[in-house]
Ligand binder design. Sequence first.
Ligand SMILES: Nc1nc2c(ncn2[C@@H]2O[C@H](COP(=O)(O)OP(=O)(O)O)[C@@H](O)[C@H]2O)c(=O)[nH]1
Ligand SMILES: [Mg+2]
Ligand SMILES: [Zn+2]
Length: 376
Amino acid sequence: MSHASLHTSSSTTSDARHPLAPYGWDEAWEAEFAPYAAQGLLPGRVVRVDRGQCDVLTADGVVRADTAYVTPHDPLRVVCTGDWAAVDPAGDPQFVRAYLPRRTAFVRSTSSSRSEGQILAANVDHAIIAVSLAVELDLGRIERFLALAWESGAQPLVVLTKADLVPDATGLSYLVDDVETTAPGVQVLPVSSATGDGVDVLAAVVSGGTSVLLGVSGAGKSTLANALLGADVMAVQAIRDVDGKGRHTTTTRNLLALPGGGVLIDTPGLRGVGLWDAEAGVGQVFSEIEELAVQCRFHDCAHEAEPGCAVLAALEEGALPERRLESYRKLLRENRRIVAKTDARLRAEIGREWRLRSAQGRASMEAKRGGGGRRR
Ligand SMILES: Nc1nc2c(ncn2[C@@H]2O[C@H](COP(=O)(O)OP(=O)(O)O)[C@@H](O)[C@H]2O)c(=O)[nH]1
Ligand SMILES: [Mg+2]
Ligand SMILES: [Zn+2]
């Protein structure tokens, strides 16, 4: 067990504050934790999980704890970074006994062979989608990130990075407009880690709650994280390239308290764009299309060629960009493929469980018939 002090933070905290408050602990968590506290268990936030063990940040420091009690068969119920854990302080090793119900969760459906989903991060409030202005905007990709952000329950925020590389203010405002149309209900913020422009605004947004940085490699996530942290905690790409071993500090510190308040989670799995089951999220990204759809004559309108289709009418009028409708269809199609695969897997799983249960049932019947008072 290692004890890293939690009291080295540069922010001044009042004596009345719980030592875990900088890591997101609040009254609601405390209330939910009460039954565990009554059992003598300690609260802590899971910093990272690997091979049967996890690092949990408790009021006493970082505890290495065994996850045997919180690694059920269902991969979505496995303890993960961001969870609030109940740690049993007695015993060597210490065990995570349970974790509190998640407020939000990032779930990814994994590669085609295993499509049951994987939990990547829990209890995230802000999903910061980093999009580089150094390359041409890929609106479809932004929409995809938005879908998985909404799906998680976190509030998305699009950060347009490297704003210093856009030569004129008018050009920048056009880019911001484009992304805003693509992201209804989402704040779009141009920033530059190089000049510091916009970083203070972002710091203020993330100061309340837990944030994750999403975006493709090279988007400027690590640079931005360092700007927010006020320290070179994350390895920036160029350094990593020099290093040549793909080493990055982010693998050891997945959850960090920000000096201006708030928590930043950075886990490797969250960075790329995988395939996600995010039907509700897709709906939120394209909320203007879903609002139009309400006005279609047929409630099950597919917006293909139906009469009285409000979506096609908006397309005709130029109120709805064609790209937007195509992207919506594409993401829905993709999502349905994933769901179909997941369902097949689920069906197989349930089938197995039933066979197992009826086999057990038969066995116990036979045991009873045989007398002996044996159970199962
Ligand atoms: N000009 C400029 N370059 C930046 C900015 N932020 C990041 N970069 C550069 O973009 C590259 C990728 O950044 P990095 O933070 O490693 O991206 P990540 O892969 O998303 O973590 C690096 O060469 C950074 O120096 C910025 O605000 N302005
Ligand atoms: Mg990086
Ligand atoms: Zn329609």
